[in-house]
Design a binder for this molecule. Structure first.
Ligand code: PLP
Length: 571
């Protein structure tokens, strides 16, 4: 194997609990993992020297089915890691509950047409030497209880750092994509520990800076539940004190409990949120830290429908490796944009027919809404006033939903049921469809095929959001609450439309659900429906602007260049 190709250059190690590269490798749950996958693909395109580290998640996140009452059911995902990856001849151990757990790694190469290759290491504890319960540590992404999660984070952070060292990688920057991998900083501290120092307190004083200089942390959510916390008695039992005495860990990770976000914040020289507004919200959440903002993106070639790929290849050569060229979208004739979109819509209609048996019409305005189902996402906001929705939309609207709820999130599951209730109530008047098992493949079919992409989160809890960028790339304008990336991408009536007030708040309780719903209906009725049905050529202009003014900028190529110049190479 050409290992030297990987190990001779100094690299950035990109740690992420989940990575979503394709549906074949189901080691992701949603936005965070797909962002990680898209980031890695752009790094390969741009030949950025990166190595990625994640968990093997041998049973995936879960597969969603929904019964006739709208209840979500979860099944493990069966996939065979050896079909897709090569097992590496290296093993390390990590401490778990007072014994050593063996960690092995699988290699997947992400290859770009540019010639760039990014190795991705999938960490795995399913080896014969391990006890049965330890073999299961890398089975379920976000599964199990707090103890299980802590063990996974030991494998990811400590195991990941040790595997990289054992494989001979030279790492000059460690990038933590969310706090799950923050224990890697403890391992780095341990590796660089000044052995002659008399006490750990002195060690921290001397060597903390040596670690901080090498670490970068991206925080991804202002929702408190998104930040991992572990009680110290649990940490003491599971991690022990061999790597770091508890008293010292408390200084870094918080006094009352181990907060992985605090640990990552304390141990990183560069910290960022994932959109301008999220940077601002994060600075308010974590006073005293300098928190930058680098807006998320999507990998263009991954998310353009085959219809758009053909069109872009013909009119905008080179767009896939240089998506800024999409600024030239106006060189494409309007009719061809429309035809490509209708092609994607017909393909979606056929897919819906196969999966749910329902029919959608190609000449009716079709709104898409797909993302994780959680209370703050307000997935059901469009049903707030059902009479009004019927008055403005009967026979003129189709609604397509998709999304999983975390297995422990009862509120999220109830939301899925509510949407199904509305589906039945509106039957024959407004077609409502719920596509089960939202994943990369479903998104790839759904996003390009709808006419309008809806997003109605509680502000300011949507850190960035990326599905709207995938829609824009396919000429599908956004209709969204002003939060996350849309604050930056929105030009009213030009790239799409906003819902609700200007984004001035820093706290979720400043939202008005009723006011947002009213604005949603007003705009649909007075602006969006008339434009779609009565002024088709003006509608196509908005489609083109979504491509030329949103997608040309909100992509992982631009994002990766920003990480390189603002974080990785910045001293
Ligand atoms: C893009 C994507 C997401 C993230 O979408 P958001 O708009 O950020 O919520 C989640 N799941 C799948 C399958 C996706 O393709």
């Amino acid at each position: 194997m050409e290992w030297s190709r990987f190990t001779e250059a100094s690299r950035i190690a990109y740690f992420s609990m989940e990575i979503g590269l394709s549906q074949d490798i189901p080691t992701y749950s949603g936005g965070l993992g797909i962002l990680a996958g898209d980031t890695i693909k752009s790094a390969a395109d741009l030949q950025v020297p990166l190595v990625a580290v994640t968990l093997a998640s041998r049973k995936g996140y879960f597969e969603q089915t929904i019964d006739s009452q709208g209840r979500q059911h979860e099944q493990p995902v069966n996939w065979e890691i050896a079909t897709f990856m090569e097992q590496l001849p290296v093993r390390v151990t990590v401490p778990v509950e007072g014994h050593a757990v063996v960690v092995q790694a699988w290699l997947y190469r992400v290859k770009s047409p540019s010639g760039g290759v990014v190795p991705v290491l999938f960490l795995d504890t399913d080896v014969a030497e391990n006890r049965p319960e330890d073999r299961a540590i890398t089975d379920f992404l976000y599964g199990g209880d707090q103890t299980y999660r802590l063990k996974q984070e030991i494998v990811l952070g400590i195991g990941g750092a040790r595997i990289l060292a054992a494989l001979g990688f030279h790492i000059f920057q460690y990038h933590m994509n969310e706090g799950h991998a923050a224990l890697l900083t403890v391992e780095l501290l341990n590796q660089t520990r000044n052995l002659s120092a008399a006490t750990w307190t002195e060690t921290l004083a001397f060597d903390r800076n040596a670690v901080v200089r090498r670490c970068i942390f991206t925080t991804h959510t202002p929702v408190p539940a998104g930040h991992d916390r572990f009680p110290y008695p649990l940490v003491q039992r599971v991690l022990g004190e061999d790597l770091i005495p508890l008293a010292q860990l408390r200084e870094l990770g918080g006094h009352d409990e181990l907060n992985m976000t605090s640990l990552a914040l304390k141990m990183s020289r560069f910290v960022n949120g994932v959109a301008k507004k999220h940077g601002q919200v994060s600075r308010a959440m974590f006073p005293g830290y300098e928190i930058h903002a680098i807006t998320n993106g999507i990998h263009p070639l991954t998310w353009a429908s085959p219809y758009m790929v053909a069109l872009f290849n013909r009119y905008i050569q080179g767009w896939a490796l240089q998506p800024e060229l999409l600024v030239r979208v106006d060189t494409i004739p309007d009719e061809q944009i429309w035809e490509a979109h209708q092609g994607a819509k017909a393909y979606l209609a056929q897919y819906i027919q196969e999966v749910t048996g329902q029919k959608i019409y190609l000449d009716i305005l079709t709104i898409g809404f797909a993302r994780r189902v959680a209370s703050y996402k307000r997935n059901d906001l469009i049903f707030e006033d059902i009479e009004r929705l019927l008055r403005l939309g009967e026979g003129r609207l189709q609604l397509i939903f998709a999304g999983k709820s975390h297995p422990h999130d009862e509120n999220g599951k109830a939301l899925i049921q509510r949407i199904h209730d509305f589906m039945h109530r509106l039957q024959g008047k407004i077609t409502v469809i719920y596509l089960p098992n939202y994943n990369i493949d479903v998104a790839y079919r759904l996003l390009p095929g709808v006419d309008l992409w809806l997003n109605t989160p509680t502000r300011p809890l949507e850190a960035s959001g990326t599905s709207g960028m995938k829609a824009a790339l396919n000429g599908v304008p956004n209709f969204s609450v002003l939060d996350g990336w849309w604050i930056e991408g929105h030009i009213e009536g030009v790239t799409g439309w906003s819902i609700g007030a200007a984004p001035t708040e820093l706290h979720a309780d400043e939202n008005s659900r009723a006011a947002d719903a009213t604005d949603l209906y007003d705009k649909l009725e007075r602006v969006i429906l008339p434009l779609y049905y009565d002024h088709p050529s003006d509608w196509v202009k908005v489609m083109k602007n979504a491509i030329g003014k949103n997608a040309y900028y909100f992509n992982t190529h631009v994002m990766m260049r920003r990480y390189v110049t603002e974080a990785y190479l910045q001293r």
